[in-house]
Design a binder for this molecule. Structure first.
Ligand SMILES: [Fe+2]
Length: 286
């Protein structure tokens, strides 16, 4: 998703000249060359290993169910499996798309995935999300029924939000879908795509003593600013995915009005009543 309602495509990396009115483009899996397939394989091997250790069980189940392998995925084939499980499909896009198009896709159970993959000199970091981030990071959890329902409901709230409130929803997405942590029987685990598609951030999010890990509270999240292009200074920790879905089932106009009366919270802040979660002392879930 973009950080602003209007999206100038000048300077973006993808080819926006041949897209449909809903910002989608066809993906032709045959067009990826040997170098691109090797970049996919390298990233997949590295991140799958870290995900086995630090990914939440729902992410790992999705990874297995979608049969993601050594070749760049065929979006149409994966969509057939996903559709049977949770009603979601994967659609190709040239890269970042405007908020209104993004929310509309989610509300209709379509997840936009960038069709191009990063270069070899960008294995560790790139500015715009690419196919590896979008697919490996986001698609496996769409096979989980509760998370799948959350994403659709989130998109619907986005369609309804209007420009004055869209930044609140962007924060909810950022701190959950991109950078969320969750408790599980095995301890603190990762589910956010921005973490799980990055080797550096996976290890930092779970193991570093620097960031504040705050128990998830949707109102708190929507008051909290975030920084792009940096390791996060705040993570929010879910008890389970039902908490996320429940956060979308409130009266949003009243919520937005209430939030306007409350001060913003800088990233990295721990409020006096909050008890940050330390990974090594995390109680085991029942
Ligand atoms: Fe993402």
């Amino acid at each position: 998703m973009s950080e602003s309602p209007a999206l100038p495509t000048d300077g973006l990396r993808g080819d926006y000249t041949r897209m449909a009115a809903d910002w989608t483009v066809a993906q032709d899996p045959a067009t990826y060359d040997a170098e691109q397939q090797d970049i996919w394989r390298t990233l997949l091997r590295r991140q799958s290993g870290l995900a086995q250790q630090h990914g939440c069980p729902e992410f790992l189940a999705g990874l297995a169910q979608l049969d993601i392998d050594a070749r760049i995925p065929d979006f149409a084939r994966v969509s057939e499996t996903l559709q049977r499980r949770t009603g979601w499909r994967v659609v190709g896009v040239p890269g970042l798309i405007p908020d209104d198009a993004f929310y509309s896709h989610l509300a209709n159970r379509r997840f936009p995935v960038t069709v191009w993959i990063r270069r070899r000199d960008e294995l560790d970091y790139l500015v715009e999300p690419d196919l590896f981030h979008d697919f490996f990071g986001h698609v496996p959890l769409l096979a989980d029924p509760v998370f799948a329902d959350y994403m659709q409901a989130y998109g619907q709230r986005g369609v309804e939000a209007g420009p004055a409130n869209v930044h609140r929803l962007a924060r909810l997405y950022w701190y959950t879908v991109e950078f969320g942590l969750i408790r599980s029987a095995g301890g603190l685990k990762v589910f956010g795509a921005g973490i799980i598609s990055s080797a550096t951030e996976t290890q930092y999010a779970i193991g570093s003593s620097v960031p504040a890990r705050i128990p998830f509270d949707a109102r708190r999240v929507m008051r909290t600013a975030y920084e792009i292009d940096k390791l996060q200074r705040t993570y929010f920790v879910l008890d389970d995915f039902r908490q996320l879905f429940a956060a979308t089932q409130v009266d949003f106009p009243s919520l937005y009005a209430a939030l306007e009366q409350q001060p913003e919270i800088a990233t990295g802040t721990v409020l006096p009543h909050e008890r940050p979660i330390v990974a090594t002392t995390l109680p085991q879930a029942a």
